[in-house]
Design a protein around this ligand. Structure first.
Ligand code: ATP
Length: 248
């Protein structure tokens, strides 16, 4: 039903600098409690689509020129990125943005600031995040820049979780990570999904991993969503990789 739908992207077209057509018709629907993967080759438009969802395109001289995006009742284009975060739509940008010279714990705490939470709440949220990522508890006093790539990605995700999202949006969490670290991250994301009901939209070039952990997937090609369906169905189709996903 309508009430189950958390995010709708309706035939969105977007440009950069009033010129480059980065999206040329992207549609997707995410229901409450789902993990949806956004797949596609390098340059297909995944990052642009995620930025559109968080209303981050204007900051890059980008704009939506057609279509519309709704997060719950909100028309995303009419709401500031900060207000979207407060409404529960939180994004982990590509490249695991941590503050490298701050400790892991300081990074996590910085994610709770926008919520103007009370001290006790921040402490409770930290403990909650440490139960999801025990490695971060061990490393909490280390500068984030001194931890492994996987731990930095966990820190970036943990920081996002500090603002208590309903929908977590992740841009290529596997990027640059060893295969075991990638599995670790995706396994934890799925547990967060199953046990806390966190909805997740994740862009990935690593289609094998994404299709293993997602419920549904949408494939982008040249800025157009050309195919979507249940992840398990898409996973069993050998033609898809060759057709749409480049090498991987
Ligand atoms: P990647 O895996 O490299 O992140 P992607 O699927 O996320 O690829 P986008 O980064 O969304 O693809 O890029 C889509 C198109 O938009 C590309 O042609 C790209 O060159 C262009 N583009 C992306 N960001 C900008 C920008 N800030 N300014 C101008 N053009 C951009």
């Amino acid at each position: 039903t309508e009430a189950d739908i958390l995010l709708t992207v309706e035939d969105v077209k977007a440009t950069y600098n009033h010129a480059i057509r980065a999206l040329d018709g992207v549609s997707l629907t995410l229901k409450r409690g789902e993990i949806v993967a956004l797949l596609g080759a390098n340059g297909a438009g995944k990052t642009t689509a995620l930025k559109a969802v968080s209303n981050l395109l204007p900051a890059e001289r980008g704009q939506i020129v057609a279509g519309r995006i709704r997060f719950g009742e909100l028309d995303v284009a009419a709401v500031s990125p900060d207000a979207l975060v407060r409404a529960g739509l939180v994004q982990v940008l590509e490249g695991r943005h941590c503050f490298r010279s701050l400790t892991v714990e300081e990074n996590l705490v910085s994610g709770g600031i926008g919520r103007s939470a009370k001290r006790g709440e921040i402490a409770a949220d930290l403990e909650r995040i440490y139960t999801w990522f025990p490695r971060l508890k061990e490393k909490r006093r280390l500068a984030a820049g001194l931890t492994s790539g996987g731990e930095q990605q966990m820190t970036a995700i943990g920081r996002a979780l500090m603002s208590r999202p309903r929908l977590l949006v992740l841009d290529e969490p596997s990027m640059g990570l060893a295969p075991l670290a990638v599995q670790d991250i995706f396994r934890t994301l799925r547990r967060l999904n199953r046990e806390e009901g966190l909805s997740i939209l994740v862009a990935e070039q690593n289609s094998a991993v994404a299709l293993t952990y997602a419920d549904k997937a949408v494939i982008l090609e040249n800025g157009i969503s050309v195919l979507s369906g249940y992840a398990r169905d898409l996973k069993s189709r050998d033609d898809i990789k060759a057709l749409y996903l480049g090498q991987k």
